[in-house]
Structure formats: C-alpha cells, structure tokens
Design a protein around this ligand. Sequence first.
Ligand SMILES: [Zn+2]
Length: 461
Amino acid sequence: MGLRKELDQKDPLAIGQELHQFAAQLYPICRSITGNGIRQTLAMIQKRIPLQTFEVPTGTAVFDWTVPKEWNIRDAYIKGPGGKKVVDFQDSNLHILNYSAPVRATMPLSALRPHLFTIPEKPDWIPYRTSYYVEDWGFCLSHNQMLALEDGEYQVVIDSTLEDGHLTYGEYFLPGRSTDEILISCHACHPSLANDNLSGLTVATSLAQLLSGNDLRYSYRFLFLPGTIGAITWLALNRETAGWVRHGLVLTCIGDKGQFHYKKSRQGSAEIDRVAAHLLRHTCESSEILEFSPSGYDERQYCSPGFNLPVGCLMRSVWGTFPEYHTSADNLSFIQPKQLAESLGLCAAILDVLEENQRYQNLNPYCEPQLGRRNLYRSTRGVALEAQINARLWVLNLSDGEHTLLDIAERSGHPFSVIHEAAQTLRESGLLSIASENRGPQEKTAHSASAESCGRSSRSR
Ligand SMILES: [Zn+2]
C-alpha cells in the first residue's frame, strides 16, 4: 500500500507541525466522558474525516455497566475571604474535579479542604482528577496556590449540570476489499491534557486521512471514545462487528520524547504483536515491548476474555510512569511536532506491513531457479547485493503457501521491507504468485471460528 512511502515524500516537520496545531485547537476544550466537550472535539475531527457520531442515552445497560448521566460545565470558581477569585475554572479546566456535581455554597476553609486536590511534590502543577461514578465535587489546584489560602469564609461555585442525556462517541469506517477489519481506537475524554488524549486523537485522525483514497486490503474502523465506558458501550452495541477485528491498536501518549513502547494484546503472539515488535526492532534505536496486563487503556476492554481481540497499545512514555502524567504539565510543550510525526510514521509502517503480509507460492519449487539467467543475481533498487540475493533465496525457499512474508522476515532476520521487495521482484519475474488470495475456504474457516467466540455467525457486506 505504501503509506509510509507517501509520508516520506512529505516534509516531516510540516507533518509534525500540522499534528501539533490540531492538538493546540483541541487543547482548550473541557472534555469529559459525556457532554458537550467530547461533542465539540468530535465536530472538529469531523472537519478532517467523515466521522459518524453516535449518542447513547443515559441509563442504557452496557454489559455490567450503565451509561452515566451527561455532565456539562459552564463555570466554576472559589472566592476567598477578600472576595477575590483564588481558583478559577476559566484559567484552566483542570481546576475542576472532572464530573463535579453543581455547588453554590459558602464555607470555612476547614470544610473546603477535603474538596481540594494538589500534588505536594510538584507544587506548581495542577493535578487532573475525576469522580465519574461517585457523585462528588472538588477543585484541583497547585500546592502553592493552596498554601496561600488564608483562614476565613470561601464562596464556592460550580455551575455544572449532571442530568439524563447521552454518551457520545465517533466512528469512521473505511471499507476495504475484505470484510476483515483493522481497529484503531483512542480515548477522547480528557480535558486539557496533551500527551494523554490529544496525541492519540490527532495521530489517529491523520492516519485515517492518509488511508482514505487508497486501495485497501482490510476495512478500517476508527473509534474516538470516552475511555473505559466508551469502549464498553461500543463493544456492547457492536458485538457482531467486533468479531471482524483481525488486528487493532489503541493509540495513546504518543507525542512526548520518550522511546516507543508497544503493549502486546492478551493473545501475546497475534499478528499485530509480531508486526509492532518487528518494526520497533528494525526501525527504532531503542524501544520496549510490554507484556499484556489488565490495566491501561481500552485494550483492557477489547482484550477482555469474552472478546479477546488482537488489540495492542502503542505508546511512547507509558501512562503513570512520567511525572507530567495527569497533571497540567502534560501540556502543548510536552508533546512535540517531531515525535508526533514519528508516531504517525510508525503507525503507517505497521498498517503497511499488515496490508502486505501475505503468503506466496514458489512457482519453481524443484531446486533453486537460476537467478542469473533472470537478472536477479544482481542488485536493484539500492539494497546491498548480498542482502538482496539472500532475501530472494529466503522468499523462494519459504514461499510454500504456508509462510507469510512476516514469517520469512523473522526467520531470515531481514527487515519486512527487504523481504517484501524481494517478493515483488520475484513476482514480477514470474517465479512467485500470491497464495493467500486463493485460500478462501481456509480463511472462511478462520472467520467462523473467531466469529463464534464473539457470538456472530456470518455477515455479508
Ligand atoms: Zn488518562
């Protein structure tokens, strides 16, 4: 498909700056798991890709959960004994405990204190706190701000509403030649936090733009959801569709300067796990593969035992391990154009491999074909001669209709791109044909086997 090549022809700095500018537009919005903040965010993504939005009513049962009340906020502040605002939502939407119930009250500092959250170790930063499933109210402020509060009466105003409404999510479906799907999922429920939320949103949007207009082997489904409850809601309402997911990626925290981390799916050796590990090994100076664990982002839901979808999670710095995580320091200067562009490039490379990872059949399987006679015993397209010849021999030897190009890349030690190029050259020379396209019955068997595990029998598109 060549998404990576398409990107490489453009100026990486310009791509990065475009991603960063989009993050800057989304940054001021006060998002939450429901409400107008996420609607506004999806509307801005809709200007770039034809995203469909869905509204799920409060009270809808979704597996063991219930779609909560819709939260909206207009203003919030604390006025000190002198009548001056000492904490103001208009300065930063992180100042409010996200999902705070409405409050209008006057109280002494001692009564207010249990509702104030700070980070003593980082006295200038505002923490990000939520109270989604227990009705509460509160303010988050820098520790220094709190230390400056004097004894006296405080006026507390939270002009919010918490009432029956909807949970909103966005979905963009791109049909491919196959009904098999690749799922790209990111959460869109954090307020002004850049790496945790906006980096994934912006890279996913650009990836969708990059894919559109291409001849696609797989169908693609992009989900922009509120974390946890959004993924649970989508899975509950799309149980059949979930059965078509062959590969998936959760994108989060991919704009900071940390090295790449890929967290494997619950399956552990799914094709997406192998592709991500292969590319990180061959294209990054340093990176780390993490085993699956039931904590993290929405891979937890996709990889719950009832679904067990092959969905991994791509990150740079791992959530919870960097000091800026869930604080006001996860801002627009914490994410950088260069890193955002690199992350988009890696995602593009992952999709390229998934699209091109097929089985081939050696059409001359009785002993080696004479490569010299076909001009295949010399270098083409710039790859070193020895590596190129060696890659061709590997492809010829393992193309028995059983091994995929990724199998061959892993066994030979060559990067996938070199093996793929060798396969293309051999195919052009008439020595190889695509085998997997003729594997209809087996593929159908594989479909119905995984379909059963998701409660789905058949589907036609
Ligand atoms: Zn988070």
